[in-house]
Design a protein around this ligand. Structure first.
Ligand code: JB8
Length: 272
């Protein structure tokens, strides 16, 4: 059967038109799934009022290499582009009074909806101090998602109806107040992207980092040349070439450090 493409544009109710649109949609989503899930690629959309904060970071070495290699696709969207009216107002004073400004629901919701429609919807995350604290387990989970949509809050926050309507996963990077969610979004991107296969070289990806995998302890101290610097020498065990002894020393150092600095990591499996 030959489908009439013109028909689909002119008449929504035309059966052939619906099926060609449907067919194109299925093909588009299928190709996306192959690209991002089967080939382990990742798309990240960032929704912000200050896209220029992200642009410097996205052009940075590790991420830039991944973007250039086609492993990661980062797209930054300006929420203001979805604002209507001649003043393109994106924020306003809070009802009930109080300091600061609140992001209006319309431009934010419409921006999220438009961006989600560009490909099969991604995991939708709002960066906010009200969110659950990000940890490496969460980073590992996000890295398997194929697509992330990160919404950066600003000022006193976003209108609660954005959250009630779109139900984002609310994440915080720590207990401090930032000027906005942009830096938090960059933290999420930085932590997630390095877990996407092919982003790190073999050398780095085989490393046992703090908090990665099963073992969630702090790293042991590292030394390199020279053997002596300002009278300070490298621990003898590292110079012996006795690898079982070195491994034992390092394990002890990790445990001692963790006990002294981050006892919370030893108390529960999750490091909370
Ligand atoms: C203002 O700690 B955070 C975080 C803090 C913030 C905003 C977003 C995220 C916005 N302060 O993750």
């Amino acid at each position: 059967m030959i489908l009439n493409a013109k028909c689909s544009i002119q008449n929504d109710k035309c059966a052939a038109g619906i099926s060609i649109v449907h067919f194109a949609f299925v093909i588009l989503h299928l190709s996306f799934c192959i690209k991002y899930f089967l080939l382990n690629l990742m798309r990240i959309d960032v929704l912000t009022l200050f896209p220029e904060i992200l642009s410097g970071y996205v052009g940075q070495s590790l991420l830039k290499r991944a973007v250039d290699a086609g492993i990661v696709d980062v797209r930054v969207h300006n929420i203001r582009d979805w604002a209507t009216g001649k003043h393109k107002q994106v924020d306003d004073r809070p009802f009930g009074g109080g300091p600061g400004m609140v992001l209006r629901p319309e431009p934010v919701v419409e921006c999220v909806e438009a961006v989600q429609q560009q490909a099969p919807p991604g995991r939708f995350v709002l960066l906010t101090p009200q969110g659950r604290r990000l940890d490496q387990a969460k980073v590992e989970e996000l890295a398997t998602c194929g697509r992330l949509v990160l919404l950066c809050g600003r000022y006193e926050g976003v209108d609660q109806r954005v959250i009630d309507l779109l139900q984002p996963e609310e994440l915080s990077i720590g207990d401090y107040i930032l000027g906005g969610g942009e830096v938090a979004a960059m933290v999420v991107i930085d932590a997630v992207v390095r877990l996407v296969p092919g982003v790190l070289g073999d050398e780095e990806s085989n490393r046992q980092d703090s908090f990665s995998g099963e073992r969630r302890l702090l790293e042991f101290p590292q030394y390199t040349r020279p053997r002596e610097y300002r009278g300070m020498t490298v621990p003898d065990v590292l110079m012996t070439g006795n690898h079982p002894e070195i491994a034992k020393w390092r394990a002890e150092q990790s445990l001692t450090r963790t006990r002294e600095r981050r006892a919370d990591l030893l108390e529960s499996g999750e490091g909370e």
